[in-house]
Structures are given as C-alpha cells and as structure tokens.
Unconditional design. Structure first.
Length: 161
C-alpha cells in the first residue's frame, strides 16, 4: 500500500481542518485519540460482530468500509501528530475473529495513548490493518474508500460541517 501518499493526503487534510477551525493545539492529540476510539466503536457497531444477542444482520460492506476508513483517517492523523509513519507491507492475515481483533486493537490504542512511542504506534496500526483483513478489505478497496472519504471531508469543511 502506498502509505507515503496516504499520509501526505492526511497531513494536507489535517492542516486544512486546523486552519479553518479554532483548534487548541494542546488538546489535539487527546481529541484525535478519543475520536479514534469513537470511530472504532462505530465500526464495531456496524459490523455487529459482538452482538451475540441480536439476529440483525451487519450493515452493508460499503458502510462498514466507510467506517473503517474513518478510523484510518484518525490513526494516520495521530501518527502525523507524533511524526510517525507506517511503512510496512507485512502480512495482515489472522485467524482471530473480528470481535477478538477489535479487542486487540482497543488494547493497542490504550498502549499507544499511555506511551506514544513509535513501537506502540506501529503495533496499533498493524492491528488495525489485521482488522481490515478480518473484515474482508483488500488494499485497493481501502485506498479507494480513503480517497473518496478524504474528498468528502474537504467538502464537509467547505460546508461548515
């Protein structure tokens, strides 16, 4: 995956948002971290993978992919905030369930929040990509959805979102 290009796009979007809004730079990391957790929760909710008590089907794959790339925006934004980029092309396959992978990802997020070093960032990012694989998304789908959502985020900023 061309992470350098996606990180560049994210950095431009972040700059655009920060210039248009009254952003408290002292709270930016904390706000982005909380936003990531909320987005991961929204993604889990759309997959319904943990809702053992409900027979309702998950949302359609496009909706789940859009939620996934919402998370990707914030994961990359957190990396940019700390000057970390993800550059690996490792294997993202796993035999764990989506529920187990969500739990692992949340744990990695907490570790990164507690100690925002490069190793913890890369581990968090890796677990996020493993989740994407568990949800059935390939690189092309993720890149396409990211670019589409990136455009939508610019439009939202212009419309006062």
């Amino acid at each position: 995956m061309d992470w350098e290009k996606l990180f560049s796009m994210q950095k431009q979007l972040d700059s655009h948002i920060e210039e248009k809004n009254d952003v408290d730079k002292n709270q930016l990391f904390e706000s982005k971290y909380l936003a990531l957790l909320v987005e991961i929760g929204e993604l889990a909710n759309e997959t319904r993978c943990f809702k053992f008590w409900s027979a309702k089907a998950p949302s359609d794959k496009d909706t789940i992919l859009e939620e996934y790339v919402d998370c990707l925006h914030f994961i990359m934004s957190l990396g940019i905030e700390k000057s970390y980029l993800y550059e690996s092309n490792s294997d993202y396959s796993s035999n764990v369930s989506a529920t187990d992978q969500f739990n692992k990802l949340f744990s990695q997020c907490v570790l990164f929040h507690e100690k925002a070093n490069r190793t913890n960032y890369l581990n968090m990012f890796h677990h996020f990509l493993v989740l994407g694989n568990a949800l059935g998304f390939d690189e092309q789908a993720i890149i396409g959805a990211y670019k589409k959502k990136n455009d939508k985020n610019y439009e939202r900023q212009e419309q006062g979102y």
